[in-house]
Write a protein that binds this ligand. Structure first.
Ligand SMILES: [Zn+2]
Length: 290
């Protein structure tokens, strides 16, 4: 099970150190919970996962604008700082949702040109998904239990069995504009949901505050792990699970955990990865999915 590492005294000290501005304090707590998530390798693939918070910032004209602080590609949640969560203007990101399609190149271009700081790193390829979810704080992980669940053939049914309407299911689409549109539509259709299972990919959750999103992330991941543990048959010799998004079970420790968790026993069943998952894996390795 994953421990909830949030310490109220640590959080209070970080918020106070950020000064009196409520947005600066919220960003400090956002960085705190992102680090708590990144600290646990089984919650995020190496360097992977991404986090965001919607706040306000003053632009060069002195006007307050809505911004999305979202993880920059290449940053590691475990060691992230406020600079690793660059501020992107939310208005142009939201306007993009009306488009029927958008190339990766155009998406990256709009995201970069909407940065408040032009020297900031590229916002994550999953920026639009974060932007189009209505919630203030959003967290995305490739946690081992969720990867095992997300790759089971009856993942949607199991997800409903575990969570009922609290978790909604998004079909597999490679990260980018199309996935963000699909996920936002699923979210709109399930206003009661507290998270998303992305088939063959991972998990999203959210909250009004960094703590609410983090608490849900831990609780939901533990709920999946508990379900997998209940369904696990008598152990058999583990085998490295060759499937999984972005080679998700590649690390040895992770593979062992994956093998322990998989209800098929002895590791997840080998299944050929379709071309779309291989493309996803390439993108994740280049920092895109992180
Ligand atoms: Zn992802």
């Amino acid at each position: 099970m994953f421990a909830n590492l949030w310490q109220e005294d640590e959080a209070r000290a970080l918020a106070e150190a950020a000064g009196p501005d409520p947005d600066a304090r919220a960003l400090a707590l956002r960085v705190y919970s992102a680090r708590l998530i990144g600290r646990i390798p089984d919650l995020v693939m190496h360097g992977g996962g991404n986090s965001s918070i919607k706040l306000r910032a003053r632009d060069v004209f002195g006007e307050m604008v809505e911004v999305l602080h979202v993880k920059g590609s290449g940053a590691d949640l475990a060691t992230i700082t406020p600079a690793g969560l660059p501020a992107v203007r939310l208005d142009p990101l939201r306007r993009l949702r009306a488009l029927p399609a958008l190339s990766d190149e155009d998406m990256v271009n709009v995201q970069r040109s909407s940065l408040l700081d032009s020297a900031a790193p590229n916002p994550s390829v999953e920026t639009l998904l974060h932007a189009w979810l209505p919630d203030a704080v959003v967290d995305h992980t490739h946690a081992t239990p969720f990867l095992v669940l997300a790759n089971l053939p009856d993942a949607a049914e199991i997800c409903h069995e575990i969570f009922g309407p609290r978790l909604a299911v998004v079909p597999y689409i490679m990260p980018g504009f199309a996935l963000a549109k699909a996920a936002a539509s699923v979210r709109d259709a399930h206003p009661e949901a507290e998270g998303l299972l992305l088939l063959n990919h991972g998990h999203f959750t959210w909250g009004a505050t960094p703590k609410e999103s983090y608490d849900r992330l831990i609780a939901q991941t533990n709920a999946v792990e508990a379900w997998l543990a209940r369904r696990r048959p008598a152990p058999r010799p583990p085998a490295a699970p060759p499937h999984g998004v972005a080679g998700g079970c590649a690390a040895a420790g992770r593979a062992a955990r994956c093998a322990r968790l998989c209800p098929a026993g002895g590791g997840c069943r080998p299944r050929p990865r379709p071309a779309r998952q291989r493309r996803h894996a390439r993108r994740a390795r280049t920092g895109g999915c992180g």
